[in-house]
Design a protein around this ligand. Structure first.
Ligand code: F6R
Length: 260
């Protein structure tokens, strides 16, 4: 696992956007797995700026959703489908045909989950999966004690996660209790995992993810099992890392051509 400590959220967004741009220059129809929430927004803004400046052609990119609320009415502005269309697909100039996600309104939720795992595989697998991290160490919506081998399925959000996400809704009561999330096993099949964490509120979860044991109680620690996982953190989110100086030295000494 590589840990890159950047000054702030914008620097993290720029670094990751450039990594995605590089991928699209090599593979124009790359399948990008995207997370929602606040953290990845600087990535999407920086990538959009590169596309608009003509630095990269994203017209062949394909976008795959990581998770979705269950039970929100179709078209709800906070459904993750709406968020990804608004924050990623439309700004990049892509159409809905370039986008795939699980059906949060399906009557048979389990069948919808299995169909999504199949669709990801049939699309050739995710080339680069963006991840945020919950204050409890979740990735996607794999809450603590999710199986490290889990597939896409329905999960129940913890009280903490519902409280954390209430800022996107008018009240806590409106935050759904259930979600469909790619499983940890599904996420680990992506070719490159890139987790961005910013702010002091994520420092403990980051320390446990990077320096703690691999344990289902900290779902993001599963990144330690992946051959190409990159954790990008700002100074605040890095503040509890014991090996911070080592990570800084390693990245500073890295040849430019190597990327992340
Ligand atoms: C959402 C997702 C979640 C978020 C996490 C952090 O698609 O994958 O794991 O990344 O809850 O959310 P923010 O970035 O809002 O702190």
């Amino acid at each position: 696992m590589e840990v890159v400590i950047v000054q702030d959220a914008d620097a993290g967004g720029e670094l990751i956007a450039e990594t995605i741009a590089d991928l699209l220059r090599r593979k124009r129809d790359a399948l990008l797995g995207v997370a929602t929430g606040s953290t990845p927004l600087p990535i999407y803004q920086a990538l959009t700026a590169k596309v608009r400046a003509g630095e990269v052609d994203a017209s062949g990119a394909r976008i795959a959703q990581l998770d979705e609320y269950v039970g929100l009415p179709a078209g709800h502005p906070e459904s993750y489908r709406s968020v990804v269309l608004r924050e990623v697909v439309e700004p990049l100039g892509l159409g809905e045909g370039a986008f795939m996600g699980p059906d949060g309104a399906a009557e048979d939720v389990q069948a919808a989950c299995e169909a999504y795992d199949r669709a990801l595989a049939e699309a050739g697998g995710v080339d680069l999966q963006l991840l945020g991290i919950g204050t409890d160490g979740h990735i996607g919506f794999n809450e603590p004690c999710s199986s490290l081998a889990s597939r896409t399925r329905i999960k129940t959000l913890t009280r903490q996660t519902r409280q954390d996400n209430a800022r996107f809704f008018d009240s806590l009561d409106e935050v759904p209790h259930h979600v469909i999330t790619q499983g940890i096993g599904t996420i680990l099949e992506a070719r490159h995992l890139v987790l961005l964490a910013t702010g002091e509120g994520k420092a403990e979860a980051v320390a446990q993810t990077v320096e703690g044991p691999v344990a289902a109680v900290v779902p993001a620690s599963a990144l330690q099992l992946h051959p190409h996982a990159t954790v990008v953190v700002d100074e605040a989110a890095a503040s509890k890392l014991k090996l911070a100086d080592y990570f800084r030295d390693t990245y500073a000494a890295k040849p430019d051509w190597q990327g992340i």
